[in-house]
Design a binder for this molecule. Structure first.
Ligand code: 3EB
Length: 330
């Protein structure tokens, strides 16, 4: 597979937001450490998670235009020829609980997709303030899983699309639940990781309603394929492995490599590899672990893989780090 990728993602260091917003092929620009409620342009997606180790980095998505942008309910979106990006931020102070807000976010997402020429979600990122607050089934992550599952069941019955996803915790004092997504005109191909139990089959103890996502989604536009990798942590089977950052990040990368190999086994072609025209984000629960995690990572991923580190909680309190990213299939 070759040809220009449908989505280009890069990290821009030191560029002003205003100059980036002048680009006419801009689908989204993500800035960090800023409340999602402060978005002024539909293409600007402020993310509450703070950058670690550096400042002033924006993640920039570009795609084939012309790009139109607008808003439907709470969905602020940008639409190119092949792809759409949309983001939703709901002020949790206006909802009874995280379950209700999550359900509304997914209902709005689904309504948007239904009216869009790009019906198919390809990857969804979910940022939940204080994700581990609450005991047992009251935990915010579990409430989020319930709200998401209810909205998906309402919209799609028992066969919802389950694209790749990331679910990460933001600062507890951030008011906004944020959900953003990439969507296309054709469904992606979902890939599961043979080392991990499918998330929708997790045992009851992790959540009253299973997390509904696949480990990775391959999107194809024209001749080019891109692998969208879900938030991947140190989970083997369904259990958390290791209690230290070095071993957890190593296990996470083992999971990513296993997923990429599975994609190649199913589709043929060259084995996609981290660093092939893609990017990686590393979410770190405790900022003090940054040095250990980055040193470990330098030894196991290609040096030229563009990456950023973000401060974020992982959905299980025993997980210290998680990674996600995009790889181009050659
Ligand atoms: C895991 O492997 C880690 O609920 O959408 C990763 C990616 C995780 C997405 C989600 C959860 C989600 O189970 C948690």
């Amino acid at each position: 597979m070759s040809g220009a990728t449908a989505l280009q993602v890069e990290y821009q260091r030191g560029a002003s937001l205003d100059s980036t917003l002048e680009q006419d092929d801009l689908l989204a620009v993500f800035s960090f450490g800023q409340s999602p409620l402060t978005s002024g342009d539909p293409r600007h997606v402020p993310v509450a998670l703070g950058l670690l180790g550096e400042a002033g980095v924006n993640e920039v998505w570009t795609a084939r235009g012309p790009i139109e942008s607008g808003q439907l309910n709470h969905v602020r979106f940008a639409r190119g020829i092949d792809l759409s990006m949309g983001h939703i931020s709901l002020d949790l102070r206006q909802f009874n609980d995280v379950e209700t807000a999550s359900r509304v976010a997914y209902e709005e997402l689904q309504e948007f997709l239904g009216r869009s020429p790009h019906h198919w979600p390809l990857k969804i990122w979910n940022f939940i303030p204080g994700i581990n607050i609450g005991e047992g089934d009251e935990e915010r992550y579990r409430q989020f899983c319930v709200g998401r599952a209810k909205a998906l069941a309402e919209g799609y019955g028992d066969q919802p699309p389950m694209p790749a996803a990331t679910a990460i915790g933001g600062p507890a004092d951030e008011p906004a639940l944020q959900v953003y997504f990439l969507a296309g005109g054709l469904p992606g191909l979902n890939v599961e990781n043979p080392r991990q139990l499918n998330a929708w089959q997790y045992p009851r103890r992790y959540s009253p309603r299973s997390p509904l996502f696949s480990r990775g989604t391959i999107m194809q536009v024209d001749e080019a394929r891109q692998f969208l990798i879900s938030g991947t942590a140190s989970v083997v089977g369904h259990e958390t492995h290791h209690d230290n950052p070095t071993d957890q990040v190593t296990e996470s990368i083992r999971n990513v490599n296993s997923l990429l190999a599975e994609g190649q086994r199913l589709l043929g072609g060259k084995q996609p590899r981290l660093g092939d025209g893609g990017v990686m984000r590393i979410y770190v629960r405790n900022p003090d672990d940054l040095g250990e995690i980055s040193t470990t990572l330098e030894q196991i991923v290609p040096g030229d893989l563009p990456r950023i580190y973000l401060n974020g909680d992982v959905c299980r309190s025993d997980l210290l780090t998680e990674v996600d990213g995009i790889v181009t299939c050659q």
